[in-house]
Design a protein around this ligand. Structure first.
Ligand SMILES: [Zn+2]
Length: 338
């Protein structure tokens, strides 16, 4: 089987590697209908995070169950399913608390930029759709596997409430979908911080009421102007750098909520500054599984179209080109057709 394999910094190839098979009786093998490249894949692609040479990469997926292990009881061959990038049993204390991404048996799903993938803990991880989706629904359903669920968690963690004011820091796919999530949750004023024309246009279509192009102190000053000097009730941080986290903290009002879903890379936390602002901070790898049934319903009823973040569609064999396009910020998110 051929799929995306990581060979080193800025070197992903469409190569032959071992086809996935059932390893544990709780596994399922899916034939993927669609897969994609994640903003977080850029961390290893650029050499920022370690990734062993020769790893089959990709962690976002949806498709048809081809085979299940002997201990799988609820998931059946032939079902169309969506799952999270973290496999989870959905029964342990962490899962029951709603944090399936920190399941006691959590396992990262890898090798999804391929025609087939192995998903561990199939019963806990996979959620079937009401039926076979149309081709048009595929991008929307695929987005639920990570970016939409992550944006949604950012908004939940930031305690977005009807009528509230929300600032979203980061205009990648997750940031844009955090805007969509805040809109769905009834926020009244949604500020997207973006200096990129195509991205800010999509942010507006997803529900942003204001676009702030400035960053740093000038960005904070603009948010202050827009909120009557108070700051935002909710800030959603979707990047993971020192600068973006500082930005999110500074735009949150006293006693407000900050949800952070950008994987932190070198972010120091100044507790003393936080001490005097009473800000609630909550984040982490999104427990996408918690939100999947609700988000599948919203997609199925045509209420949301998170798949609009895919602005480049390529056949899977051109995956290397997709990585380059995302690395050079020529594409927001790349959809791959196996
Ligand atoms: Zn669990």
């Amino acid at each position: 089987m051929r799929g995306a394999v990581f060979y080193g910094t800025r070197d992903v190839r469409f190569e032959d590697h071992e086809a996935p098979g059932i390893i544990k009786p709780t596994d399922a093998i899916l034939r993927l209908s669609a897969t994609c490249i994640c903003g977080s894949d850029l961390w290893f692609y650029r050499g920022v995070s370690p990734m062993p040479w020769g790893t089959a990469v990709g962690h976002e997926y949806c498709g048809i169950v081809e085979e299940v292990g002997s201990a799988v009881t609820s998931i059946k061959a032939g079902q169309f399913v969506v799952g999270s990038f973290f496999a989870s049993d959905n029964t342990c204390p962490s899962c029951r608390a709603g944090y399936q991404s920190s399941c006691r048996q959590a396992e990262l799903v890898l090798g999804a930029q391929a025609p087939r993938v192995r998903v561990p803990l199939a019963d806990g991880t996979l959620v079937p759709t009401p039926g076979a989706p149309s081709g048009e629904q595929l991008p929307d359903l695929l987005a639920l596997s990570d970016v939409m669920g992550t944006g949604w968690f950012g908004a939940v963690a930031a305690n977005v409430e009807p009528g509230g004011t929300v600032v979203v820091v980061g205009d990648g796919a997750v940031g844009l979908l955090a805007v969509l999530s805040a809109k769905e949750m009834g926020a009244e004023k949604i500020v997207a911080m973006s200096g990129h024309e195509a991205r800010s246009k999509l942010a507006r279509e997803f529900g942003a009421t204001e676009i702030v192009t400035e960053r740093g102190e000038r960005g904070v000053a603009r948010i202050n102007e827009l909120t009557g000097g108070i700051g935002a009730d909710s800030a959603i941080e979707c990047v993971g750098t020192k600068e973006s986290m500082a930005q999110a903290i500074e735009v949150t009002r006293v006693g407000g909520y900050l949800g952070f879903v950008g994987v932190p890379h070198g972010v120091p936390l100044d507790l003393q500054a936080l001490f005097h602002t009473h800000i609630h901070i909550h984040g982490g790898p999104a427990p996408v599984r918690r939100f999947l049934p609700d988000l599948i319903d919203r997609v199925w009823s045509g209420k949301i179209h998170p798949g609009r973040v895919f602005d480049l569609k390529l056949p899977l064999e051109r995956v290397a080109e997709g990585y380059r396009a995302m690395d050079e910020r020529r594409a927001i998110k790349v959809f791959l057709q196996p």
